[in-house]
Structures are given as C-alpha cells and as structure tokens.
Write a new protein. Structure first.
Length: 421
C-alpha cells in the first residue's frame, strides 16, 4: 500500500471513530454491556476462523525466524480465546465509571458546581504482537464510552483483522456504533507516524510494547500520550529472606511467563545469603530452562553462568534469560534499580520489616512488592478486569490501567441567572 493510501486509511478511520464518539457518550451502561456480551459470545462462536487466521500469522512468524517466546505471545488457541472472552464478561461486571459524580458543591453565589467522569473521546492504541490486546483494548475503551483506533503489529495482522471483523459483526445490530471500533490494517511505520500527529481526531495515544515502540511514540507524538513502559523488573533477595520463599518468587517472576512486561530480568542477591540461597534458586531456574548470566561473584558460585554485561542489565529480554548480581546492601539494590529499572514492577524478599518499608518507600516504580512476585502487576490480578496497559508515567494514570484510567473529568455548572461582576 502506498504512503498516500496509508495516510488516507489512518485519517479516514480516525475520522469515523471521532464521528462515533458523540454517540458513544450517549450510551447507557446497559447498552454498552449488551454490546460487550455480544462480542464475548461472538469470539467463542467464531473461534475456529480466528485460530485459522492466527495460524497464518504464526506460520509467517516462524518463517521469519521469530523466537518461541514472542510466538507464544502471538499464539491463540481455544483456551486463550475462552480467557479473552471471559475478560470481556468481567468488564461487563465491573462498575461503569462514566457519569460518576466525583465532587459537588455550591458556591456562595448559588452556583452548583459538579465534577463528573466522562470518556476521553477517541483513543489510539498502538501495540505489538499480542492479539489479546485487541480485545482487551476494545472492551475497555467501549465500556468507558470511548471510540478506539487500533494499530497492532504486523506479526498479528491476520489475527487482528479477523478479531475486529468478529467484534464489529457482533454489535452491528445494537445501539453501539460499529464506527467506534477501527483497525488500521497497514503495517508500514508511516501509519504509526500518521496516528501520532492526528491532533483533533485522536484525544490520546497509548503505546503498548517494547522499548523502541514506546520511545518512538513518546518522542514523536503531538497527540497526548499515556506511556506504558517497558518492563526491566528486579527481585532483590535480602539477607534475611527465607530461601524457599525467595526461590518460589524468583522462579515465578522469571519463568511463569517470561514474554510479558512484569516478568523479572535481573535477580539481586545480598552477599550475606548468596552462598546458601543462590545455588537453590539457580537449580530451580535451570529446571525451568532459564539461561543464567552473572557478575564475577555470581560465577564463583555458579559455574554455568555466563558473564553479564552492562547492556544486559539494561535489556528487557522477554525470554528465558536471567541476569544475576550479588550486592552488599539494600542501598546498593536501590541504586541498581534506580539506574536500570523502568519504573514498572520491583520486589524485595525479606523478613526485615525495616528493610521492607524502606524498599517500598524508596523504589520509584508503578508497583513495588514485598514478598510477592512481580507477575501480579496486572489488571485481572488487581481486580480491574482486563487492562489497557501498565502505565509507568506519573501523570493521569500509573500502574495497571483499568476503566477509570480511560476517563477524564468534566465540570457542569448550574445557575439561575448569575453573572460575574
């Protein structure tokens, strides 16, 4: 497709979404929930064609040499489609934040001032090879009365195209306008660049993916951005940590699903417990097929660990690879995380209450854990339903972004003839 056609597609679909936004704002909670339930049922009814389309994406990915961890993020099967469908049903059960009265007060002159939640408007969603995000984003945006323009990665194009066809078909005869759900099918980077400049059509852009995608959006967008950051996450095993707890948490954080942003990339171990704890953790990591990279002190204890580099500490692997560093203090752990972390999710394993409090207070991240895996940073696990992403910025929203994060506020003022003197 030519650049002219790319720009035409992006602008045309964003214009349709913008036109539908006013109608979306008028929908009742019942009408939105009816649409979401229809979408959930349609995914199950059409799962065979969705899996067939996904199979074409997987075949192309293998031909292009995509690694197995990324293919896992792309893959759909009946179990995953059932989970995605269930995610929409969970959104239905969640309270609709639109219209919530956040504040109401009367001024001395008799003006009644009210502040309510309202939709953001039109959300541009730019993401990579995870077709479940297509459904999650659509469900969350539509539940909150927003139109959404989806631009997924080329690796999942066939999957996303079929999913959106199914979702739009499900709402075609309902009150929700199909124009509120748009998919950009052109995979050229120019389609992303065009979205980033659609001021007046898109109200906000949300990137979800690797560091390069996110930085491209943050650095080049003129449309407001909600940044969902890359996940270079750490687990710090303090000197008082219970060895079995530390091993369970570390292995879960790394190996339960390494392709996601809340998985651990670097394990920090206090020197005082390294000789006892690290061999136990390493044995469990090997059993989970995790390749180990370590500092000099680590490699004295673990002969199979390869040398870790400065670049390794700054890398989000999304794979079965783990950096290990032995450190001398809580302060050194805090310094390492401040230098290499992406303000996503960080954990301390310790029985020292003072160290736990210090870690929870001083680590600057969206989610900070004491004695629990970073894998819990997730909209489902926090009880928000499906998430639009995990924000690592500090304005508007931070952490797993559920329904309230996709709203803004609006003041309505009621008077009886007041004028300002």
């Amino acid at each position: 497709m030519s650049e002219v056609n790319t720009i035409s597609e992006v602008r045309a679909k964003a214009t349709l979404a913008k036109g539908a936004a006013t109608m979306m704002n008028r929908l009742t909670t019942e009408q939105k929930n009816e649409a979401l339930l229809a979408m959930a049922e349609a995914l199950l009814a059409h799962q065979d064609s969705i899996i067939e389309a996904n199979g074409r994406d997987l075949h192309r990915g293998r031909e292009n040499g995509t690694n197995e961890s990324l293919l896992d993020r792309l893959a759909l099967n009946s179990t995953r489609i059932e989970a995605i469908s269930e995610g929409l049903r969970q959104i239905v059960e969640l309270p609709d934040p639109v219209g919530d009265m956040l504040e109401s007060f009367e001024r001395p002159n008799g003006l009644l001032v009210e502040m309510k939640r309202v939709p953001l408007g039109v959300i541009g969603m730019i993401y990579e090879a995870r077709p479940n995000v297509t459904v999650d984003a659509a469900g969350l945006c539509l539940k909150t009365g927003n139109s959404v323009v989806l631009r997924g990665g080329s690796a999942a194009l066939e999957s996303n195209r079929r999913i959106v066809e199914v979702l739009r078909g499900a709402i075609a005869e309902l009150a929700m306008p199909v124009e509120a759900l748009q998919l950009i099918e052109d995979s050229n980077r120019s389609s992303v660049d065009e979205m980033l400049k659609l001021n007046g059509l898109l109200d906000v852009v949300i990137p979800r993916g690797g560091a390069s995608l996110i930085q491209n959006v943050v650095q080049n967008a003129t449309v407001p951005v909600i940044e969902t950051g890359a996940g270079i996450c750490h687990t710090f095993v303090d000197e008082t940590a219970d060895v079995e707890m530390a091993a369970n948490i570390a292995v879960n954080a790394k190996a339960q699903r390494p392709s996601v942003c809340n998985s651990m990339e670097t394990l920090l171990v206090h020197r005082a417990c390294a000789a006892t704890h690290l061999p136990v953790i390493a044995e469990r990591m090997r059993a989970a097929k995790v390749a180990l990279r370590g500092c000099d002190a680590t490699r004295e204890l673990l002969a199979d660990a390869t040398p870790v580099t400065e670049q390794d500490y700054a890398t989000e692997y999304n794979d079965y690879i783990l950096n290990i560093r032995i450190i001398d203090s809580l302060e050194e752990a805090l310094a390492h995380i401040a230098r290499y972390g992406t303000m996503h999710s960080e954990c301390i394993v310790t029985e020292d209450a003072d160290n736990a409090v210090r870690f929870l207070q001083d680590v600057d991240a969206a989610a900070v854990y004491h004695n629990a895996s970073t894998r819990f940073t997730d909209g489902f696990e926090f009880g928000f339903g499906a998430e639009i992403g995990i924000s690592t910025q500090k304005l508007h929203a931070r952490g797993p972004m559920g329904l309230p994060a996709l709203t803004s506020t609006k003041y309505t003022i009621k008077g009886n003839g007041q004028i300002r003197g």
